[in-house]
Design a protein around this ligand. Structure first.
Ligand code: SF4
Ligand code: SF4
Ligand code: SF4
Length: 261
């Protein structure tokens, strides 16, 4: 199965927010009340109805001011902490193409994925108690289409393609402009890559994680506690089934009101 990567060349972003609008449009996400909070970033943060956001950063380096606009969304991790942390089978699934998709039907609103994500991406819908995030437009890419945000980008900042080709493209572009590829951690690979402009490091920007890793709590949960929990759940279900086979269905005892029939 072919794997894909979304490549974000930050040096080409003009902050037009075409990608932000296209994401809402394709995923039928409602608009939100916007407000001025000191920068052009609007809304202020990702929400369950805003799966991608252009982050505006003003970086002063070597006496020079840099305006950096960056498309921020789920990184579609290779070994996703959110999937490992999730206790509800089917709520978050890593697909062979690289996308990490969520299924609200199975989400129990426990927020374990939110706590585990090293990039602080998933957001909870407090009314539904369900999480939401970018899906890498899984419904589009499996039909041979590009993600909606990529098709809307007028500058070539966003591109999408086969993993090997995009990795090569990212490193060539970084070399050409004297920039860097982010994230660059062979132990925590992602299906979204950035090319950062010359002189700008991931740590200079807001809402980045230059050193992503699987949280220790998730490793313990996944390897130590989760199997026992699932075995326990299986034992309860098995016991209930055995009881049904041997004793038949439970009878519901309704308390009769005094003086009733
Ligand atoms: S960035 Fe966070 S939400 Fe997205 S796949 Fe990685 S761990 Fe999951
Ligand atoms: S890949 Fe699709 S879901 Fe993700 S930010 Fe782009 S348009 Fe939104
Ligand atoms: S559409 Fe492209 S240029 Fe416009 S804000 Fe998004 S990433 Fe930047």
């Amino acid at each position: 199965m072919a794997e894909y990567i979304k490549l974000i060349d930050v040096s080409k972003c003009t902050g037009c927010r075409g990608c932000q609008v296209a994401c809402k449009n394709w995923n039928s996400l409602p608009a939100e009340q916007t407000m001025f909070t000191g920068s052009l970033q609007n809304p202020k943060d990702l929400t369950y109805n805003t799966w991608t956001l252009i982050r505006f950063d003003e970086v002063v380096k070597d006496g020079q001011l840099h305006f950096v606009m960056r498309h921020d969304a789920c990184m579609h991790c290779d070994w996703p902490a959110c999937v490992k942390a999730c206790p509800s089978p089917g709520a978050l699934v890593k697909m062979p193409e690289g996308a990490v998709v969520h299924n609200p039907t199975y989400c129990i609103g426990c927020k374990a994925c939110i706590a585990a994500c090293p990039f602080d991406i998933p957001r909870n819908n407090p009314e539904l108690e369900k999480m939401a995030k970018c899906t890498l437009c899984y419904d589009r890419i499996t039909e041979g289409k590009q993600p909606a945000c990529v098709t809307a980008c007028p500058t070539g900042c966003l591109t999408f393609g086969l993993k090997e080709e995009m990795v090569e493209k990212a490193h060539k572009r970084a070399e050409a402009i004297g920039g860097t590829v982010y994230p660059n951690n062979p132990k925590y690979e992602t299906h979204v890559l950035y090319v950062l402009p010359a002189g700008i490091a991931a740590d200079d920007l807001s809402h980045t994680n230059a050193n992503p890793s699987m949280p220790l709590s998730v490793l313990l949960w996944k390897n130590l506690f989760k199997p026992f929990t699932l075995i326990g759940m299986g034992a309860v279900i098995g016991g209930a089934f055995l009881h049904y086979l041997t004793k038949g269905p439970h009878k519901v005892h309704e308390k009769k009101e005094e003086g009733g029939e």
